[in-house]
Write a protein that binds this ligand. Structure first.
Ligand code: TYM
Length: 338
């Protein structure tokens, strides 16, 4: 069986580690919704097993997981069209994660830039889980034989590693059990940058709250963060090549393009020659109009955590129904009694 024999299936996930940002929204969730609405089978996860690779307050983790579920739904993911679930509620992830850890080579893991970035000089003090996490991410995707993985630019290396792990498993056990999944990194905002430093990714873990827009920020906060975003003194260029070496300007234009579903060149056709003093309030208004309904819908959904838990239980059962038979085939292939 070749790669093309696998049914098209989309899988992706986000860590419920709090503070969902505009980067997560534009790089991931907005794309998840588009893929769902294109009619492909879509499975989206809250990856709590990944979140605990760094310590999480247990009470906060439960709230953050429900909040992420609420965000998924408020952004347009529909539990009747997509499978939405929490990773730890489907045991195939942890089980396949272990099996794939035994296929993954240390040399491959040592090349993972995200571990190096997160661990910095403190690698000795990091958890084994943080180091091993890309093998678990491969298991998330391969437990569903998923073929397409929408992610932001920073996860590309992990999806490529998943392809290597899938190919080695298939080779080592002499069967085509896993597809080689494709990273889907598209749109104008695959790498949203910090509002304070255009060379750094917008991140929920940045110590400065002003560096990011959180999906729960209110209208005034969003507008003020955009007004105060770092820029340069020049006006906007009329063509994309004029954004070279202007990371802060490029970031705001990318955000505008992604929020308005247009291209960078169309945005520059409209705003080329204008100063940031004019552009920023228009961008702020666009962001507020787009995000305010999402955050109020999130708040409404969070008023009923019992209903969120019910939806997550239902999603976990549907996810398990796909993953369990695939895991059984994997165990059988490896030589486990099933
Ligand atoms: P996480 O939780 O860090 O981020 C979730 C998604 O948001 C994207 N993203 C961004 N996109 C654009 N600009 C940014 N500044 C930005 N920040 C984050 C990420 O690329 C990601 O798509 N390991 C993953 C979660 C995961 C996963 C998976 C993803 C676990 N298993 C299986 C896909 C498939 C992570 O930590 O993402």
């Amino acid at each position: 069986m070749s790669e093309t024999n696998f049914k098209e299936r989309v899988f992706s996930g986000i860590q419920p580690s709090g503070n969902l940002t505009l980067g997560n929204y534009l790089g991931a969730v907005k794309r998840f919704v588009e893929m769902q609405n294109s009619g492909i089978e879509t499975i989206y996860c809250m990856v709590d097993l990944h979140a605990i690779t760094v310590w999480q307050d247990p009470i906060a983790l439960k709230t953050q997981t429900r909040e992420l579920a609420a965000a998924y739904i408020a952004c347009g993911l529909d539990p009747n069209k997509s499978i939405l679930f929490n990773q730890s509620q489907v045991s195939a992830h942890a089980e396949l994660g272990w099996i794939l850890s035994c296929v993954t080579r240390l040399g491959w893991m040592n090349r993972m830039t995200q571990f190096k970035d997160k661990a910095g000089k403190n690698a000795e003090k990091m958890s084994l889980g943080l180091y091993a996490y890309p093998a678990l991410m491969a298991a998330d995707i391969l437990a569903y034989q998923a073929t397409h993985v929408p992610v932001g630019e920073d996860q590309k290396q992990h999806v490529e590693l998943t392809r290597d792990i899938a190919a080695k498993f298939n080779h080592d056990y002499g069967l085509e059990l896993f597809p080689l999944p494709e990273p889907i990194i598209e749109g104008a905002a695959t790498r949203v940058m910090s509002l304070r430093d255009g060379s750094k990714k917008m991140s929920k873990s940045d110590p400065s709250d002003k560096s990011r827009i959180n999906m729960t920020d209110n209208a005034d906060t969003i507008a003020s963060k955009i007004r105060k975003a770092k820029t340069d003194p020049d006006s906007l260029p009329s063509e994309p090549k004029g954004l070279e070496n202007r990371p802060e300007a490029r970031n705001l234009v990318n955000i505008y393009a992604a929020l308005s579903d247009s291209s960078v060149s169309d945005v520059l056709k409209e705003f080329g020659g204008q100063q940031f003093g004019t552009f920023k309030p228009i961008l702020a208004e666009l962001a507020v109009n787009h995000l305010a309904p999402i955050s109020s819908e999130m708040a409404r959904l969070m008023d009923d955590p019992v209903e969120i838990d019910r939806l997550l239980n239902d999603g976990a059962m549907r996810a398990d129904a796909i993953a369990a038979p695939i895991l059984k085939k994997v165990k059988n292939a490896v030589g486990m009694i099933v």
